[in-house]
Design a protein around this ligand. Structure first.
Ligand SMILES: Cc1ncc(COP(=O)(O)O)c(C=O)c1O
Length: 316
């Protein structure tokens, strides 16, 4: 991965290589962490973070769902992120806030293990590759079912839960596919290993609803609004596996991947990205880069001092 100079760790800005934790940190052993994946874009109005508040609010909700008390307020985290991006001299980057149980107590009811908080930022291109956004990706339905609300909390973005995504992603990658699509407990379509999914049939965009063990994706919500504003019908409903094969178009959405067309599912060809995917994708990218007036409120601009108003220099 590309590195930046500084990481924010429990309120301090520390050199990248010095941001360390104890090997007996609780989160390392049991996955007791909650995190976010956020992006800052170099927009036409300067660097700006896409839907920053919504991401930080989701971090707070994930923490609450796992009985964590975050030591920092949303506003403190927001300001720390702005300052970190400024101090690292970045204009666009991926942003990873993480709160986890640290060192101090072992066992499963470790209420006295302190909550540590970090924010890291670094340059990271499109997760599934820049080309994937143009040409689409090949996907495979995973043999692993997505975590169910009866054993974990799909609505929380929690570290340990990602072992499920890692199993699915590894299986699909080892079989030569770009991404995995997971089904839920009932055999209906849930989501990708790190993205929500949309299927388009007869001009209607369909996406699994909240009872399908999905993460309540912020990109998903943005794309639903954009599609509706463009005049398309969007339905949140259960999607059968076969509807993936019969779809006219399909795409995945997520902060890391952005909006990625699906070219095939289990070797059933959907073909080149279709018209609705293209239109929604173009508007979504306009929103990310500050070119869509109607979505400017989704951007949290970072004030960059005039003397630092230069492209970043990043060591690797
Ligand atoms: C499992 C899972 N589903 C969906 C998403 C998409 O969420 P968002 O659009 O908020 O990044 C992500 C990414 O965070 C994810 O990890």
């Amino acid at each position: 991965m590309e590195q930046a100079e500084l990481i924010w760790h429990n309120g301090e800005f520390v050199p990248w290589g010095d941001a360390k934790v104890h090997v007996l940190s609780h989160g390392l052993h049991y996955g007791t962490g909650v995190f976010e994946g956020i992006r800052c874009y170099e927009t036409e109005r300067g660097p700006a973070i896409f839907r920053h508040r919504e991401h930080l609010e989701r971090l707070g909700k994930s923490a609450e769902l796992y009985y964590f008390e975050l030591p920092h307020s949303t506003e403190e985290l927001r300001e720390a992120t702005h300052e970190l991006i400024r101090r690292n001299g970045l204009r666009s980057c991926y942003i990873r806030p993480l709160a986890f149980r640290g060192y101090g107590e072992m066992g499963l009811y470790a209420q006295s293990a302190p909550i540590e908080t970090i924010i890291a930022v670094w340059p990271w291109g499109a997760y599934l590759g820049e080309e994937s956004k143009k040409r689409g990706i090949r996907t495979k339905v995973s043999s692993w079912r997505t975590i169910s609300g009866s054993s974990l909390i799909p609505h929380a973005k929690a570290s340990g839960q990602y072992l499920n995504s890692i199993l699915a992603k590894t299986e699909s990658a080892n079989a030569g596919y770009d991404e995995a699509i997971l089904l839920d407990d009932h055999g209906c379509v849930s989501e990708g290993s790190g993205e929500n999914i949309f299927v388009i049939r007869d001009g209607i965009l369909c996406t699994p609803g909240h009872t399908s063990s999905i993460l309540d994706g912020i990109t998903r919500a943005s794309v639903i609004q954009i599609a509706r504003d463009l005049g398309y019908r969007v339905e949140e409903r259960s999607i059968a596996r076969s509807e993936l094969y019969l779809a006219d178009e399909a795409f995945l959405t997520g902060t890391a991947a952005e909006l990625v067309p699906v070219r095939s599912v289990d070797d059933h060809e959907l073909g080149e990205p279709g018209e609705i995917t293209r239109v929604v994708q173009a508007k979504f990218e306009d929103a990310l880069y500050g070119r869509a007036e109607e979505y400017l409120e989704w951007l949290d601009p970072i004030e960059v001092p005039a003397e630092a108003d230069e492209p970043s220099k990043v060591s690797s």
